[in-house]
Design a protein around this ligand. Structure first.
Ligand SMILES: Cc1ncc(COP(=O)(O)O)c(C=O)c1O
Length: 483
């Protein structure tokens, strides 16, 4: 059909159309040719600003970071900037357990599930989703001094951010406490015991105690650092009376892990008159309900279990008494001169990102709780079919943070082997190709063993597969016996 437009009008319309297409093509080509291939949102912001040229020395590092992050490793591994360099001159994929091959796409045949360590990899997908908010650029001259702002060893801004975080989550009263940073809360275990022990010229020795099943590092560190002022005193039962409580005039330092590693129970000190150290490594809403803010004299926290950044080695203590805080600080000065300033910078980005998303769509605790509840539900469903093993019972509880009754989402399953002949539970599960951590580590019976649920999703899927086989085998034996 013939057009109603006259020829001259058609020509000018074509001209306009082609020149607009050409301009668009030039614009797109400019964008792709002038920017690095995997451009970070931060870089694009500056470029959109009109290419202020503000970025120069950070570009190569940003490109390196984004180019390794872009490698998928089949979803079963990842590449790190500092990974082992292969023949192609680039770092290769580091695969999750039970996956192998250059791109981690091959399942290791007959693989043993590893549910041993408390490696908090379950939060890795969260940070992949929040790459921009959590990325940190470090210049070669970033805080080279021993000291930071105001001649201190601690970032003032990070301290403020931690107080904001506790206030917003409602898990601890931080405002009237001193904060001491350390290289992981592990470093604070001995620092706090030192600070709470009697002076070396007093002639007294403190006994350090914890309630079984307890986190083993309390015992192993005290034994390692065995000193005149304090010694390992064993289980609290030696000091507690039949009702479970006692008051002592001896110098007792009691570690109280709440919620507990390995069994997720919320604990209070049981030895009256003791100096209690409340280890709140897991007192965050992705692992437990928060009944009320903790307001103990000495409280311990770690980013390992809060954000999952175990590698950064960052923990902190909230301490009411100034003299005790000073002694912990003195210890830190002697020991490492404070937590790494590089780590503190990274933590500031991580904690700011956490605080900015609280109660929002991207809330880390909602994310973590969803992941951990799903794991607990699946594991419980399989184990409920077994009469050979059982799990600890955790009821749903009201949580002040979520303002609702929440499903249980413990970091660890505390498994009991029910049969008389299964006295070594970790060995029973090892024979079923599942690595767990024997209750003996926690000064408990070997009839118990701990299964870690905070590792990667791949680790959990492998664990579930093996546990399902274990329970199915129990049923097929029971079935054949009944024939
Ligand atoms: C109860 C408890 N406290 C302290 C720690 C030590 O944490 P980090 O040294 O990584 O801060 C852990 C680690 O698993 C733990 O389970």
């Amino acid at each position: 059909m013939e057009s109603a437009f006259p020829t001259a009008a058609r020509l000018s319309l074509h001209f306009l159309l082609y020149s607009s297409l050409l301009l668009n093509a030039l614009f797109v080509a400019h964008l792709f040719l002038s920017a690095p291939p995997a451009q970070s949102p931060l870089l694009s912001e500056v470029n959109n600003d009109g290419g202020s040229g503000a970025l120069s020395w950070a570009l190569r590092a940003a490109r390196d970071a984004e180019s390794v992050a872009a490698v998928g490793c089949s979803g079963h591994g990842r590449v790190f900037v500092d990974g082992i360099v292969g023949e192609d001159g680039r770092p290769g994929c580091e695969c999750n357990t039970c996956f192998e091959g250059p791109d981690c796409s091959v399942r290791t045949p007959d693989c043993t599930a590893d549910a041993d360590s408390g490696d908090p990899m379950f939060l890795e997908p969260y940070w992949m989703r929040h790459a921009e908010a959590s990325a940190v650029v470090l210049s070669g001259w970033h805080r080279m001094s021993y000291r930071t702002t105001d001649g201190l060893f601690q970032s003032v801004e990070l301290e403020r951010c931690i107080r904001r975080l506790h206030r917003a989550v409602g898990n601890a009263v931080a405002d009237d406490k001193q904060i001491v940073f350390a290289s992981g809360s592990s470093q604070l275990i001995n620092a706090l015991v030192y600070a709470l022990s009697p002076a070396s010229n007093s002639g007294s020795t403190a006994s350090v105690v914890a309630t079984t099943p307890y986190y083993p590092a309390y015992r192993t560190q005290i034994v390692l650092f065995d000193s005149r002022e304090y010694k390992w005193g064993g289980n609290t039962s030696k000091w507690a009376n039949a009702s479970g409580n006692s008051t002592t005039t001896e110098d007792i330092i009691e570690f109280v892990t709440s919620p507990n590693n390995p069994d997720a129970v919320l604990h209070q000190p049981v030895v009256g008159g003791s100096s209690a150290i409340l280890d709140h490594a897991y007192f965050w809403p992705h692992f437990t309900h928060i009944p009320a803010p903790s307001d103990e004299d000495v409280m311990l926290f770690t980013t390992s279990k809060l954000s999952g950044h175990a590698s950064s080695r960052f923990g902190w203590a909230l301490i009411r008494n100034e003299k005790v805080a000073k002694r912990v600080n003195d210890y830190m000065i002697q020991n490492t001169m404070g937590a790494s300033r590089d780590t503190q910078l990274r933590m500031l980005a991580i904690f700011n990102a956490i605080v900015a998303n609280l109660h929002g769509k991207e809330d880390i605790f909602a994310f973590g709780h969803d992941v951990m509840t799903a794991k607990w539900r699946k594991l419980s469903a399989v184990v409920s079919r077994s009469r050979r093993i059982s799990l600890q019972n955790i009821p749903p509880q009201y949580c002040t943070y979520f303002d609702k009754i929440r499903e249980p989402s413990p970091a660890y399953a505390w498994v009991k082997c029910e049969r008389e002949e299964d006295g070594d539970c970790s060995d029973v599960l090892l024979k079923a190709k599942i690595i767990t951590r024997s209750g003996v580590w926690n000064d408990a019976s070997s009839r118990y063993t701990r299964i870690s649920l905070i590792k990667s999703q791949d680790d959990f899927d492998m664990l579930l597969e093996r546990i399902t086989e274990f329970v199915d085998a129990e049923h097929s034996v029971a079935g054949s016996n009944s024939i």
